[in-house]
Ligand binder design. Structure first.
Ligand code: GDP
Ligand code: MG
Length: 704
């Protein structure tokens, strides 16, 4: 087991290293390409479109579009599939940026942290707001690296729909699989974009097959590529039977022509497209009864007569029901296929009101929002990104934080535009807001307008919940996020440059933890050193880097260590007696315990009592027993790592009158140690394990 474990650890470490190497090659290639065609840099962040001067009235209509026209979407993918490049193109075509950013240049809008620019990866998800053909799109750029799975999870809760970007030469990759499953869990409708169609080795057919096989999804081919690899020049719109060709002389891909396919000029392509369209119609009809009736009735003789809008409406229903996924293709880098992708986002993905959030009725239109991201801005202090589910947010508004059970005031309200933010007077349900002034709100907190409003919602939830299922308590039902924070996998010590700087370091770590709950900080009781615990090597490295860059504090990291956990493989049972006389007092306690594996993972030991023990057990003694169990589980016998996934059963307990609780704890603790180290003369039967969830993630990464 230990050697198996080492394998995991080694392969896990390989992921970031491999990635960095790959990136360097592609960076060099891209730099060469850039020498040929250089797009002028110097981004000009425009104000909101349709805004003349700073007219608040027109601003109001711009910032609060009808909810049916809002799309909250995310882009998810395996690392390097082209999320950032696609996002950049989207922002450019939507008019929000005036020049094309390039990940290989390090000047993209969404990867705005300095490290991201240098490393060319997306770590912190940033929300970006833009308009497309009368729709308001809030785009949340989700990270793709295994070290940042928590970020992905959290963002998925805020999305109403997602675009999955694939490298068309690689098809479904390991991380896509992980994120796809997470999106399934949150029931998020998706569109697939087969990117990199220009790349040598790109294969539309192969990528579609891998979606079918690895993701077990039903792909709806809404497009066909015109050429592959170097020959890729555009796409066929299957629904409309049109050909979309990008002007080869255009620098930025803004120029493209859309022409109907004609028998005269494209007989072969028209035939192929008609077959694809008929197949699509049949496929959708199989999944949607309403559409099946339509097709079998009016249009059974000739599918060609079926209007494109009718087909689109049915595709939309199927997409929202998640019985199939529309597939489009293109090349973000070569500026082809991104505009139709944006059209598809507005046409096929849901608006906030088309999503079924069970908690909405409880709030009856009162404010309900989720803080899904906290950033620390040197000038403005903490910035909190919020998804508003109901009600409205305004500057100077007092809000109630359900998790923190505290009230605080929003000072300013901004519309997030990557690292640029536009000040606005109000924002309504369905939107993503960025607030200034909240000092206590942390990532994952649920926000209501007041404590009484939250209580009213809790009461409604209670009445309704009574019919369905009961949950722990009122407040808990109202918490939207409850994102499970995985146990850290790696840790290392961190030291300030001098003892005098320790308070500064403590402050910085506190700020970073509010932004990123997967970062844990503890104090080593033996050495008094501060210990950083994180999800991976890259995660800790980035934290280290940010401390220096953003807070100007040079720190030193100790060697990186794996946060092992120990667990038991078989049940063992033993009895222990502690008999000690201190002064004139005799302390005598005998306990019989059993330690056994549990099926569902649990960081804390599960404690059970035999009926005879629990019958008349004083609270003080029970506390003493539990303290003893918990302290014994802090350090396992193998490596001194915490013990988890175990249950401890107390079978019998005899306490001599006058025995102190400290002695009870000591006896219980000693008995567990005896159990786990020696049992019946055999040496321990403990084993080392990583946290189970991490093991799954690592295995997922290896599958690819
Ligand atoms: P992310 O990790 O998913 O955000 O991917 P990036 O957008 O950072 O892209 C990773 C690499 O793939 C970069 O070197 C891009 O230049 C390159 N890339 C992105 N899109 C395309 C594309 O459409 N075609 C080709 N050939 N390369 C692309
Ligand atoms: Mg990226």
């Amino acid at each position: 087991m230990v050697s198996n474990l080492m394998k995991f650890v080694v392969s896990h470490k390989k992921i970031p290293i491999l990635h960095v190497n790959n990136m360097c090659c592609s960076k060099m290639r891209a730099s060469l390409q850039r020498l040929k065609s250089h797009v002028p840099l110097g981004r000009n962040y425009s104000s909101l479109p349709g805004l003349i001067g700073n007219d608040i009235k027109s601003l109001h209509s711009v910032i609060n579009p009808p909810i049916a026209k809002i799309r909250n979407i995310g882009i998810m993918a395996h690392i390097d599939a082209g999320k950032t490049t696609t996002t950049e193109r989207i922002l450019y075509y939507s008019g929000y940026t005036r020049s094309l950013g390039d990940v290989d240049d390090g000047d993209t809008v969404t990867d705005f942290m300095a490290q991201e620019r240098e490393r060319g990866i997306t770590i912190q998800s940033a929300a970006v707001t833009f308009d497309w053909k009368g729709y308001r799109v809030n785009l949340i750029d989700t990270p793709g690296h295994v070290d940042f799975t928590l970020e992905v999870e959290r963002c998925l809760r805020v999305l109403d729909g997602a675009v999955a970007v694939f490298d068309a030469s690689a098809g479904v990759e390991a991380q896509t699989l992980t994120v796809w499953r997470q999106a399934d869990k949150h029931r998020i409708p998706r569109i697939c974009f087969l990117n990199k169609m220009d790349k040598t080795g790109a294969s539309f057919k192969y990528a579609v097959e891998s979606i079918r096989e690895k993701l077990k999804a039903k792909p709806l081919l809404l497009q066909l590529p015109l050429g592959e690899g170097k020959a890729f020049k555009g796409v066929v719109d299957v629904v409309n039977k049109e050909k979309l060709l990008w002007n080869p002389n255009s620098d930025d891909g803004k120029d493209f022509v859309r022409n109907p396919l004609l028998e005269m000029s494209d007989p072969e392509l028209l035939k192929e497209t008609t077959e694809a369209r008929n197949a699509l119609i049949e496929q959708v009809a199989d999944l949607d009864d309403e559409f099946a009736d339509l097709v079998l009735g009016e249009f059974s003789e000739n599918f060609d007569l079926l209007p494109a809008e009718k087909l689109q409406t049915a595709i939309r229903r199927v997409t929202l029901a998640q019985t199939a996924v529309p597939v489009l293709c293109g090349s973000a880098l070569k500026n082809k296929g991104v505009q139709p992708l944006l059209d598809a986002v507005t046409v096929y993905l849901p608006s906030p009101e088309e999503r079924n959030y069970e908690f909405l009725p409880w709030y009856k239109g009162d404010l309900c929002a989720l803080a899904f991201k906290v950033l620390h801005d040197k000038q403005r202090g903490p910035l909190v990104f919020m998804r508003i589910y109901s009600g409205m947010i305004k500057p100077q508004l007092a809000i109630y934080n359900i998790n923190g059970n505290c009230t605080e005031r929003i000072s300013r309200l901004l519309l997030p535009f990557a690292d640029q933010h536009i000040e606005i007077p109000s924002l309504t349900a369905g939107n993503i807001a960025l607030t200034v002034g909240l000092k206590h709100t942390a990532t994952g907190d649920t926000i209501a307008s007041s404590k009484s409003s939250a209580l009213a919602a809790a009461r409604r939830a209670e009445t309704e919940g009574g019919k369905k299922h009961r949950r722990n308590n009122e407040a808990e039902r109202l918490l939207l996020a409850g994102v499970e924070i995985p146990e850290p996998v790696f840790f290392c010590t961190i030291e300030p440059p001098s003892v005098a700087k320790q308070p500064d370091l403590d402050y910085v770590l506190k700020c970073l933890q509010r932004e990123d709950p997967s970062l844990k900080v503890k104090l080593d009781a033996d050495s008094g050193q501060t210990v950083l615990c994180g999800m991976g090597e890259l995660h800790i490295e980035i934290i280290h880097d940010r401390i220096k860059r953003e807070y100007g504090l040079e720190t030193y990291l100790g060697p990186l260590q794996v946060a092992y956990r120990e667990t038991i493989l078989n049940a063992v049972r033993a009895t222990d007696t502690l008999d000690r006389t201190l002064g004139d007092k005799r302390h005598l306690v005998t306990v019989e315990l059993e330690v056994k594996p549990v099926e569902t993972a649990s960081v804390m030991p599960v404690i059970e009592y035999a009926g005879s023990v629990s019958e008349d057990l004083p609270t003080a003694s029970q506390e003493a027993i539990e303290n003893g169990i918990h302290s014994a589980c802090l350090q396992g016998p193998l490596l001194g790592s915490p013990v988890q996934d175990v249950a401890v059963a107390v079978h019998s307990l005899v306490i001599h009158p006058g025995t102190s609780t400290t002695m009870i704890s000591a006896c219980v603790s000693r008995c567990i140690q005896k159990l786990t180290v020696y049992c019946d003369g055999h040496k321990w039967n403990m084993d080392v394990c990583l946290h189970l969830k991490e093991l799954m993630i690592l295995q997922g990464a290896e599958e690819g």
